[in-house]
Write a protein that binds this ligand. Sequence first.
Ligand SMILES: Cc1cc2nc3c(=O)[nH]c(=O)nc-3n(C[C@H](O)[C@H](O)[C@H](O)COP(=O)(O)OP(=O)(O)OC[C@H]3O[C@@H](n4cnc5c(N)ncnc54)[C@H](O)[C@@H]3O)c2cc1C
Ligand code: SF4
Ligand code: SF4
Length: 1001
Amino acid sequence: MKSVSGTVSTETSTILSRRLKSETQGEVLFDPGSRGRYATDASIYQVMPVGVFVPRNDRDVACAIDIARDLKVPIVPRGAGTSQCGQTVGAGLVIDNSKYRHAILDVDAEKRTARVEPGLVLDHLNAALKKHGLWHPVDVSTSAQATLGGMAGNNSCGSRSIAYGNMVHNVLGATAWLSDGTEVGFGPVASLTGRGARIADFVRELARSHRDEIEANWPKVLRRVAGYNLDIFDNQNERPYTGDGSVNLAHLLVGSEGTLAFTKDLTLKLVPLPRNRVLGVVNFASFHAAMDSAQHLVRLGPSAVELVDRIMIELALSNPVFRPTMESALIGRPEAILLVEFSGEDKPALVKKLKELVALMGDIGQPGSVVEMEDEAPQKNLWEVRKAGLNIMMSLKGDGKPVSFIEDCAVPLAHLAEYTAALTDVFERNGTHGTWYAHASVGTLHVRPILDMRRDGAAKMRRIAEDASQLVRKYKGAFSGEHGDGLCRGEWVAWQFGSRLNDALRAIKQEMDPIGLFSPNRIIDPPRMDDTGLFRFPPPGSKHPYTVRPLQTVLDWSDWNVQNDPVTEQTSSPGSGGDAARGFAKAAEMCNNNGHCRKFDAGTMCPSYRVTRDERHLTRGRANSLRLALSGQLGEGALTSRAMYDTLDLCVSCKGCKRECPTGVDMAKMKVEFLAHYKKEHGYTLKDRLVAHLPDYADAVSRIAGLANLRDRLPGLAWISEKITGFSARRQLPRWRNDTFWAAHDAGLFSGREQTIAAAPKAAALFVDTFNATFESENALAAARVLKKAGYTLYLVQKDQGRHCCGRTFLAAGMVDKAKARLAALIHEVLPLVRAGVSIVGLEPSCLLTLRDEALSLGLGEAARTVAPQALLLEEFLAREAKAGRFALSFRPAPAPILLHGHCHQKAFGAVAPILDVLRLIPGAKPELIETSCCGMAGSFGYDTDHYEVSMQMAELSLLPAIRRNPDAVVVADGTSCRHQIAHGAGRQARHVAVLLDELS
Ligand SMILES: Cc1cc2nc3c(=O)[nH]c(=O)nc-3n(C[C@H](O)[C@H](O)[C@H](O)COP(=O)(O)OP(=O)(O)OC[C@H]3O[C@@H](n4cnc5c(N)ncnc54)[C@H](O)[C@@H]3O)c2cc1C
Ligand code: SF4
Ligand code: SF4
């Protein structure tokens, strides 16, 4: 077998690819881009795999194992790839279980068990179990994307592990392939036969002959996930692995990180969903006191004790959204808070526990330190704040990043205070600092010192790890307490257990995978953690140091082009970061591969992945592809290649990632930058030109509307137009009409003079975009009437008796210069009004919000920055005015329930809450927000012949079914393309909020 950083010959790679294609039904991805997308996980490492295989079924996996064995190519099993230590990166064949192998095979509610395929995501399992009142309780923070196979591989642990244990305590059985192709059932040892029984005998004998060493050297804490679980025959864990003291061989696979066998399916333990939860927030005047109290608090039997330190408290307080929630949890200015949760069936019993907590804090000299939260809503809000704090920390710009490598050392609670103080000193000695948070209940506090892995990070990492390991030894803890071994902790396995036990672990590997097929050189014989050749950003002096190719960008990325101070976290001035791609590369490098964009349930990000489940169509996959191309790792011309085009093609520019990605990866903006370069090299298509120049020709065509609409009237014309233009014949195009806003508007609605309007007590300037002006003039007219009825003096943003344009359509086609010219003219037009305090009010989210987003990246200077905060959507303006008591129109009740679909850009800019606020001004209205991602139309995206299917699949994810389920509802959707999609897919006419308000006022 090749070593982990070795390479497979081109000839072997070609044969492997050919055989996988001919002998399996799976997807075989051996192109540089795909390999690059699977070369990283949420660690600091990067290793190019020989190829990627995405099996469709069990037979595919078994076949791939046989082929890889024949060709002596290592296999790296993979779920969501969210491991923090490099478990899923390796030079072999990566097998991705997450796309097709995610079935729930069986649920036995009586016995409280579920059998699942390894690619199933935890949240998806728990959503399906809800109806049985059950859940699988290993609630990892990455529950929305982590797969059960990956969780078992890493022996993952959740916030509530003190109540439910780790993965090892919650796996009841597994079926897995060994490297010789044998399929083995792993379960209770007493029930095993054949190969399973022989493995059990082997491990039992090893455990027997190493009993003294195990007793002496095995960490006695709940959170030990290093090495293999040789202690299953002689449990050293604080919590028994099984309820009845029996031995289960499946527990040997848990935490083995794909190095012993390839999991086919898992049988999991389920527990009843707790009916009630209460939370006590304990405020501490010192961090030390908080740490010292943990040992006392756990005696009350909480389901979680989670830490939030001063830095995170400050981060939350500095955010207007989170401030009220955080303030509600604080008593004075604490240095740390502990979130102490009790859960169970009986609410009064839980409330009693809260009182006991209050009493206990009094007893240990901290009276009056507990904020009691009995209701669900404040608890939920506070948990959200804790998560968000971590996200803000992760979004630090510059090359210094919070690095995970000692983030989960576990020490007995009695030593937690000393341990954290000593480690803080270690950080200081190394010129950095860390923010502490998470699982105080089990002595596993997360902390990531800020290191610059492109410069002196490796040496500091080594020094800090060495010092931390001394502390862990002193306090008899576990070096690897949650996130596994992988590349960054592999070398600490031998350190943790001693050489004799390490040899015993090696013997297990030898017994189960003698040819080293599965993830070789992991856990056993691993490389050094600071082998810079394995880094994602190898520093100068490495064999292939990370460098970025110079690039003249069209957008301004200088905010990303900065460096930071590891102690103060202050960033240098924009543009000073030394990025040869002027900040574009650093923006792409912000993706730390945490995989949050793989979530399916809430929010917008990432609609294309939700449909295709392809790593390529994921924010992470796109960011990685751009990073690799910008740093020359995908070869010459990769940035403007067809492969890169395909990678970005299904990005609908919804800006979901801009808001929801923890590190703020803004793929919509990156797509504009990419398209500008791509189109410059490859030229524009007819469709690009038709879309981009719509604002230029809209007036002229609307004058011959009848003729222009023939495309959708005369049989065959749509088909012909599809062939010529690329607009799908399956779609009707927006209907042209002569009564455009510009033709039909009543000049009496508007005041013509800027001076008059600026002097008016209540004033607004209406920006009517091309879409509403041309195809749905009633929306713009309704907005004008509503404002007028409410007593506003109105100014119409126009030039030469016609439209101004926000440049959106040009940006979508990558025509950045043209967009800039349009925006510059618009900003020039409205600047005097804005300076006079007048807001610019728009109707179409993607158009208006261009003034708040892209306009700031086009080098339009102070003028753009002045206009941006005053550019508001109608609902934002009305909500603000209503709150200030200036908008007080009376409305009639709505004729039917109101269903709201938020446009992606509304969501990205927090403009959904205002529209709900405005709709609630309608008497009796209880607007219901549909939990949707992108509608699939996304400007012109859904009109494209090649995108039609994907577009409809996006709409069918939740939007169209929700509308069909509510046949009587009034559907409100502010996006032009959203309304088209709803009409096309559900046959319903959605309305702009302006129309509804006008009708009811
Ligand atoms: C922001 C963040 C927060 C996190 N929070 C937590 C947390 O709260 N608790 C926690 O425990 N972890 C946490 N993690 C780490 C990680 O998310 C978890 O370990 C998660 O369970 C991994 O799941 P995955 O599907 O991404 O697995 P992967 O990373 O894809 O794989 C994990 C391991 O399992 C192996 N594997 C996968 N499938 C198979 C298979 N079919 N057969 C054999 N081996 C297989 C892989 O080879 C690998 O060694 C966090 C990570 C991040 C980035
Ligand atoms: S794009 Fe954002 S959410 Fe997705 S993996 Fe990267 S950092 Fe995480
Ligand atoms: S802009 Fe939308 S579609 Fe594109 S990567 Fe981000 S979330 Fe995905």
